[in-house]
Design a protein around this ligand. Structure first.
Ligand code: 9MR
Length: 748
C-alpha cells in the first residue's frame, strides 16, 4: 500500500528561460556523487521549478519562494527539481539549509517520484526558523528510477509566508547510517505496572551465562525483595541472549518500583490497579475521536476538537450520497458516520465488523464472566455525546459504527440487495497531514463482497441481543438486516474482494469466507436460537477445526469470534461442553508458547515472522487465555492473560510500551493524518490509550525499509509517523486492547 500524494506541479515559468540541460554531476568524495544540479543557486535557479501558485526566484544566492495562504495540502505549493537518478539499495545524504518567515512554518522536504503515483521515498518535515538552520539526513533508496524528484512542499498554511533554501544536496554513494534504536536499560519490565495479586515477570538482556542476583527496589530506593535470574539462552524473536526474572512473590502496592540487576536499573513501574482502570476507559475512548460524520467536541476531548469529517461540506465531497466506482452500481448511498479505520479516512465493512464485535464482546463478557463488571463501561464512563442517556457508553460508541455498517447494505430492489459493500474510501491516497474535514478526494463505494456481508450479519445479530434491553426498535432493525445479509451471503457465497483494489484505501481482501459464515451463523444462533443457524454451526467444518493457531485471530481469520461466543454466551447448543473445551485447549497452546518464551508472550509465529499488527495478535491470543479463565476459573489462564500485557507495555526487546501515554517510553508517533504532531506541531499526538500496530517483519513502507532492513522479529518496528506498516493505529487493534484492558482491570 502506498501513501500517495496528488500534485499538479508546473514549471517555474520565466525563471526557466534556459533549457533543462542535464548538467554533468560532479564527484564529491571517493564514490560519492552529487545528484542535485545547481543546489547552491550560484547561477540563478535553473533547473528548479515551482508550482503555479508560488512566486519563486533567486535572492542573495539562494532560492526564495513566496507561498500563498489558504491552500489545503502541503503539495499545493512547492519548489523542486526533477530527473534525479536513484539507485535501489544505495544510500544518499539529503541536506539543505533553509529559512522561513514569519516563524512557525513547516516545510515537507521529500525525495520521491516526479510522476504518478508520486511515491515518497524519504521525507522530513522540520519547522524552519527565521534565522535559518542546516539539515542533513541519510536514507537508502528503495527503488531504481531516473525520474526522482527533490521537492520542498510548502502548502497547507492559512497565511502567506516566505521560504528560502540553499545548499541543496543529494549525495549518492555515502555510507549507510545503521539505525540503532535506543533501547535504554537492559532490564525489561511492564512499565505501567503489575497487579498486586498477579504474576510479575521481567527479562534481562545480558551476555552472562550464569544466573545473576536481582533486587526489587521500592519508590524510596529500599530493597523490597531479592532473587536470582534464570538464564534462558538466545531468544529467537529478538536474537538477544536473555535471562528471565520472576518477582511474583512481592505483592505490596506502590509506585516507582525498579528492578536492579547486572548493573542496570529498569524503567520505573507500579504495583497496583489504577493504571488498568484508566486504560480500560482510554482504550475505549479512542473510538470517539475516530468518529466520522460528527464534530469532535473540545469539552469531551480537550486538545482534540476538530470539525466533522465527510459531511458534504467543502472541500470534502462528503459521504452523504456516495456513488459506486464506475460500472459497479448506479445508485448512491448515504454512508455518513462510522469510525475512520485507522490513520486513513477509509471505512471498511470487513474491518469494521471485527472491531465492532470485539468492542461489543468487551461488554458482553462483562455480562457473563465471573469477574465481569459491566457498570465500569456503563453510562457516563466514556465522556461521549451520548453519556447520560441511560445506555452503557460502550454500547453507544459501538452503535456509531453499527449504524454505518447498516448503511452499507445494498438496498431492496437493487442488484445484490442485502449484500454489503466491501468499503468506501477516497479515489486516491491522500498525504499527511490531512484532517478528515479537509480531504478533497472523491469518495466511492466498492463492490459488495461475501465477507463484508457476513461481517454485517454477525455484528448486527450480536447487536440485536445486546441492545434489546435499551432500544427494542434498533435491536429489531439490526436483526432484520442480519437475516437479510445472511440470506444474501448464502445466495452469493463467493463474491471475493479484489486483492488489487488497493488504491486510495486498503484492499482487506480475504480468499476464505468459511470462517465468516461460521461466525455469522454463530451470532445469529445465539441471538435467535433458531434451528437453521444451529444446523449451520454444527455442520460447518470450522466448528471442530483447530482454529487457535500461532498468529491469532483478526479481521481475516474470524472463526474465533464465533467459537468464543458459542463458548461463553448462554445457549442450548448441543455439544457446548466440547466447544468450551476447544477454547481451553487453544489456551493451553498459547500458555505453552508463553512459558517457553523468555519475553513471556503468547505469540511465536513461524520463523519469528511478525505479522502486520502483531501487537493486537499478542492481545487476541491473550483474549483466548482470558476466556479460558472465564470458563474454568483456573488461575494459570488468568496469569497467562495478565502476563501477556507485560510485553505490550514494555517487557520487550525495544523496551517500549506500544500504548500511547502508558509507560515511561511509549509509542506516540503512530501513522495518522490527524494525530500528526511529528509533522505539524499544531496537531496532537494520538490520544492516550492508542495501540501501535507493532513489529512487522515484512516492513512494507519505505521509511521502515530504510531503517530496518534485515531486522529480526521484535526489532521490526520504529516509532515514526512515516512507518505505516509498523506503526499505524486502527480500530481493530484498539478493540483487542479494549478487550484485554477491561479483563485486566477486572482482575484487580
Ligand atoms: O491491518 C491490515 C493488514 O492486516 C493487511 O495486511 C494490510 C494490507 O492489506 O492492511 C492493513 O490494514 C490497513 C488498511 O488496509 C487501510 N487502513 C489502515 C490499515 C492498517 O494499516
Amino acid at each position: 500500500m502506498n501513501r500517495r500524494r496528488t500534485a499538479a506541479l508546473l514549471s517555474l515559468t520565466g525563471l526557466l528561460a534556459t533549457a533543462l540541460t542535464a548538467l554533468p554531476v560532479t564527484p564529491a568524495g571517493a564514490d560519492e556523487v552529487e545528484q542535485v544540479r545547481n543546489g547552491t543557486f550560484d547561477n540563478g535557479t535553473d533547473p528548479w521549478w515551482a508550482s503555479a501558485s508560488v512566486t519563486a526566484g533567486p535572492s542573495d544566492g539562494r532560492l526564495c519562494a513566496d507561498v500563498p495562504g489558504g491552500t489545503a495540502n502541503r503539495w499545493d505549493a512547492a519548489v523542486g527539481q526533477n530527473d534525479i537518478t536513484l539507485v535501489k539499495g544505495e544510500s544518499y545524504r539529503f541536506s539543505f539549509s533553509a529559512t522561513g518567515s514569519p516563524a512557525g512554518h513547516v516545510v515537507r522536504a521529500i525525495v520521491g517520484l516526479q510522476v504518478e503515483p508520486y511515491d515518497t521515498y524519504y521525507e522530513v518535515s522540520p519547522q524552519v526558523s527565521v534565522s535559518g538552520d542546516s539539515y542533513s539526513y541519510t536514507f537508502t533508496s528503495p527503488v531504481d528510477t531516473a525520474r526522482g524528484q527533490v521537492g520542498f512542499q510548502l502548502g497547507g498554511s492559512a497565511d502567506p509566508w516566505r521560504f528560502c533554501v540553499d545548499d541543496v544536496s543529494l549525495l549518492g554513494g555515502v555510507a549507510p547510517e545503521p539505525y540503532e534504536p535506543d533501547t535504554g536499560p537492559r532490564v525489561r519490565v511492564n512499565q505501567v505496572g503489575y497487579l498486586p495479586a498477579g504474576p510479575k515477570n521481567a527479562t534481562l538482556v545480558t551476555d552472562a551465562a550464569q544466573r545473576l542476583p536481582w533486587q526489587l527496589k521500592d519508590g524510596a530506593g529500599r530493597v523490597a525483595r531479592k532473587g536470582w535470574t534464570e538464564p534462558r539462552g538466545v531468544d529467537g524473536s529478538s536474537g538477544q541472549n536473555v535471562h528471565s526474572i520472576d518477582f511474583g512473590g512481592h505483592r505490596k502496592r506502590g509506585t516507582g518500583y525498579t528492578l536492579v540487576v547486572d548493573g542496570e536499573t529498569s524503567r520505573p513501574f507500579d504495583i497496583g490497579t489504577g493504571a488498568y482502570e484508566r486504560l480500560r476507559l482510554d482504550s475505549a475512548k479512542y473510538y470517539y475521536t475516530q468518529r466520522s460524520g460528527t464534530e469532535i467536541r473540545d469539552d469531551l476531548r480537550p486538545g482534540y476538537a476538530r470539525p466533522a469529517g465527510h459531511v458534504d461540506v467543502a472541500p470534502n465531497q462528503g459521504d452523504g450520497a456516495v456513488p459506486c466506482q464506475p460500472g459497479v452500481c448506479d445508485y448512491t448511498l448515504d454512508v455518513t458516520g462510522g469510525w475512520y479505520d485507522a490513520g486513513d479516512h477509509g471505512k471498511y465493512v470487513v474491518n469494521g465488523g471485527i472491531s465492532t464485535w470485539e468492542v461489543l464482546s468487551t461488554y458482553e463478557r462483562a455480562l457473563h464472566a465471573r469477574t465481569g463488571r459491566a457498570d465500569r463501561l456503563g453510562d457516563g464512563t466514556l465522556d461521549i455525546p451520548e453519556s447520560g442517556n441511560k445506555v452503557p457508553d460502550i454500547l453507544d460508541e459501538a452503535r456509531w459504527e453499527l449504524e454505518f455498517l447498516l448503511k452499507m447494505q445494498v438496498p431492496d430492489g437493487e442488484p445484490l440487495a442485502g449484500m454489503a459493500h466491501h468499503k468506501i474510501h477516497d479515489e486516491q491516497w491522500t498525504g499527511l497531514p490531512l484532517l478528515p474535514g479537509a480531504d478533497p478526494q472523491k469518495r466511492e463505494l466498492h463492490p459488495p463482497s461475501t465477507a463484508a456481508t457476513l461481517n454485517l450479519a454477525a455484528t448486527a445479530a450480536q447487536a440485536a441481543r445486546l441492545y434489546r434491553p435499551y432500544d427494542k426498535e434498533f435491536a429489531a432493525t439490526a436483526l432484520a438486516a442480519a437475516r437479510e445479509a445472511w440470506t444474501a451471503a448464502l445466495a452469493h457465497p463467493d463474491l471475493l474482494a479484489d486483492p488489487n483494489d488497493g488504491i486510495g484505501g486498503g484492499a482487506y481482501d480475504d480468499a476464505t469466507v468459511a470462517d465468516e459464515f461460521y461466525w455469522a451463523a454463530a451470532e445469529l444462533y445465539l441471538t435467535t436460537g433458531e434451528h437453521q443457524f444451529k444446523e449451520y454451526v454444527l455442520n460447518s467444518p470450522v466448528h471442530t477445526a483447530d482454529i487457535f493457531g500461532p498468529l491469532g485471530f483478526d479481521w481475516a481469520r474470524t472463526a474465533a469470534a464465533g467459537r468464543l461466543d458459542l463458548a461463553t454466551v448462554p445457549s442450548r447448543l448441543p455439544g457446548r461442553d466440547k466447544v468450551r473445551r476447544s477454547v481451553v485447549q487453544g489456551a493451553d497452546g498459547y500458555l505453552a508458547t508463553l512459558k517457553a518464551h523468555p519475553y513471556g508472550m503468547p505469540y511465536a509465529p513461524d520463523g519469528n515472522v511478525y505479522d502486520w499488527g502483531s501487537s493486537h495478535q499478542v492481545l487476541n491470543n491473550a483474549v483466548v487465555l482470558a476466556t479460558a479463565y472465564d470458563l474454568t476459573g483456573a488461575a494459570k489462564y488468568r496469569d497467562g492473560a495478565l502476563q501477556s500485557m507485560d510485553y505490550i507495555l514494555g517487557r520487550n526487546a525495544l523496551n517500549i510500551s506500544y500504548v500511547t501515554g502508558y509507560g515511561e517510553v511509549n509509542a506516540h508517533r503512530q501513522h495518522s493524518r490527524w494525530y500528526a504532531n511529528q509533522l505539524d506541531p499544531n496537531l496532537p499526538d494520538p490520544p492516550a490509550g492508542t495501540l501501535s500496530g507493532g513489529p512487522n517483519s515484512s516492513i512494507q513502507d519505505p521509511f521502515a525499509q530504510s531503517k530496518l532492513q534485515g531486522c529480526v522479529g521484535q526489532f521490526c518496528y520504529i516509532d515514526d509517523i512515516q512507518s505505516w506498516s509498523t506503526n499505524e493505529h486502527t480500530i481493530n487493534w484498539n478493540a483487542a486492547l479494549t478487550r484485554m484492558a477491561s479483563f485486566v482491570a477486572d482482575q484487580g
